[in-house]
Structure formats: structure tokens, C-alpha cells
Design a protein. Structure first.
Ligand SMILES: C[S@@+](CC[C@H](N)C(=O)[O-])C[C@H]1O[C@@H](n2cnc3c(N)ncnc32)[C@H](O)[C@@H]1O
Length: 247
């Protein structure tokens, strides 16, 4: 299943998106404190159902928004959330290959960039869409995410993607802060259900599924360790200080 289809089928997204809501809320606070132009033009990548917008639109009065997502179904849900707002436009767009005219004072995204195949290339392309003095600010999953699930594999192949280290993100010209958000699930099944319900169950490319017996053993070890899975979230900023990544 494609990434867009996986997210498109995540009908229950908002009910299972407690971490995403927390991350979006903190990112909104960070963005609201930026020195933005008056009536800023804002491009959002991977808007999903609109959690970040919900936390931010009223804090940036006069802004003109373009909310975009790879999944048409997600765009539709964001459109419904913000129905009747003439200041918000919606489009289906691959944020890795942005196809949009104009320059933006702010490009913002929460927990979508970890799906990009070529993060440095995407940052370069998005940076070129920034107006002078503009900011690219995003959160993404970083190394250490779901480490507890990986450890429970005890040497078996794990489908959890390889997320970047903070140093690799800094090397892309980004200012980076890292935060770990441990989540205790009811059991391993609850963890797997939550990951699938938010559309994030797509394994790393080439991953071969475990046999039922292997998966059962992994789930048992995960539960014996407390059924905790940590999101390690990087908040990344490319602004006036990150010009080199735009060249
Ligand atoms: C975990 S959700 C986050 C959604 C929302 N930003 C939030 O905080 O709730 C990831 C979103 O990224 C979108 N996405 C994945 N790859 C993308 C891409 N290449 N371009 C744009 N959006 C993408 C998915 O469709 C999904 O809506």
C-alpha cells in the first residue's frame, strides 16, 4: 500500500493522534514566536486532518494559508475542519516535489517529513520557495523513535524505518532540538493498532514481515518491558541563518 493510501484509510486518525496533537501544539507555540511578516503567506506540508492548523491559524491573524498533503483524503478532512475560511486554500501535493507558484514567509510541517525518501533534496527545494527572511520549520521523527519496539525484536528484522540522528539533520543546515515522548500502550496489540490507525504502519522499504511465531515473541518481549514506545521528535528550523541549504 502506498503512503498516501495508508494515510487515506486512517479514518480514525484524530482519535489515535494524541502524540501528533501534542507535537503540533508545541510546534504552533514555536512558530507563533517567530518574527513573521505581516499577513504572512504560509505553506503547510503534510497537513493531515489539520491538527497543526487548528493550533495555529488563530494565532497568526491575517495569514494566507496553503494547506497541502500527499493524501487527497487527508486534504478533504482538513478542508472540512476549516470549512468557510476564505483565508485557507487546500491542495493535494507531494511536499518532496513541491509544485506551487510563489514565495512563502513560512513553510511549516508536523510529523510528515519522515516519509520523504530524500530529505536533504526536499529541504533544498522547499528552501527555494521561501520569501526573503522566510522560515522553514518542521517536526520529524528522529533516531531512537520506537527503540523499545526495535529492542523487542532481539535481532529479528524490524520494519521500523531508520530515522535521522540530530547530527545528520544539523548537517543539512537546520537548527535542531530533540525531544522524547514516551507513550505507554495497553499492550503490543494496542501499539500496533495505534500505529496503523494513524496511517504510519508502512514498514521500511524491502522489509519482510515476521512469521506469526516471531511476531508473537516480539510482542511478548515488548509487553514484558512495559509496552512503552517512545516518539523521538526533532524540531528543525531553516531560517535566515540557514541560507546555505537554499543555494
Ligand atoms: C503523521 S501524519 C501528520 C499529519 C499532521 N501534520 C498532524 O500533525 O497531525 C503525516 C502526514 O504526512 C502526509 N505525507 C506523507 N508523505 C508526504 C509527502 N511526500 N508530501 C506531503 N504529505 C505527505 C501523510 O499523508 C499524512 O497526512
Amino acid at each position: 500500500m502506498s503512503i498516501a493510501d495508508a494515510f487515506g484509510r486512517a479514518a480514525d486518525y484524530d482519535r489515535h493522534a494524541a502524540v501528533q496533537r501534542t507535537v503540533a501544539g508545541r510546534l504552533a507555540g514555536r512558530v507563533a514566536a517567530l518574527p513573521l511578516a505581516a499577513a504572512p503567506r504560509i505553506l503547510e506540508i503534510g497537513c493531515g486532518t489539520g491538527l497543526l492548523g487548528a493550533a495555529l491559524v488563530d494565532r497568526l491573524p491575517g495569514a494566507r494559508w496553503h494547506m497541502t498533503d500527499l493524501s487527497p483524503a487527508m486534504v478533504e478532512r482538513a478542508r472540512q475542519r476549516f470549512a468557510g475560511r476564505p483565508d485557507i486554500a487546500f491542495a493535494t501535493m507531494d511536499g518532496e516535489a513541491p509544485d506551487i507558484a510563489g514565495r512563502f514567509d513560512l513553510i511549516v510541517s508536523s510529523l510528515a517529513f519522515q516519509w520523504f525518501a530524500d530529505l536533504p533534496g526536499a529541504i533544498g527545494r522547499l528552501g527555494k520557495l521561501l520569501a526573503p527572511g522566510g522560515h522553514l520549520v518542521f517536526t520529524t521523527m528522529a533516531a531512537g523513535s520506537f527503540a523499545e519496539w526495535r529492542v523487542a525484536h532481539d535481532g529479528l528484522p524490524c520494519g521500523t524505518p531508520d530515522y535521522p540522528e540530530a547530527g545528520a539533520l544539523s548537517a543539512m543546515g537546520l537548527g535542531v532540538t530533540i525531544e522524547a515522548l514516551p507513550v505507554r500502550h495497553h499492550d503490543a496489540r494496542g501499539f500496533l493498532h495505534a500505529v496503523k490507525a494513524i496511517g504510519a504502519g508502512t514498514p521500511r522499504p524491502g522489509h519482510k514481515p515476521l512469521t506469526p511465531a516471531q511476531l508473537h515473541a516480539v510482542m511478548r518481549r515488548f509487553e514484558e518491558a512495559g509496552s512503552i514506545a517512545s516518539y523521538v521528535v526533532a524540531t528543525c528550523v531553516l531560517g535566515a541563518s540557514g541560507e546555505q541549504a537554499r543555494a
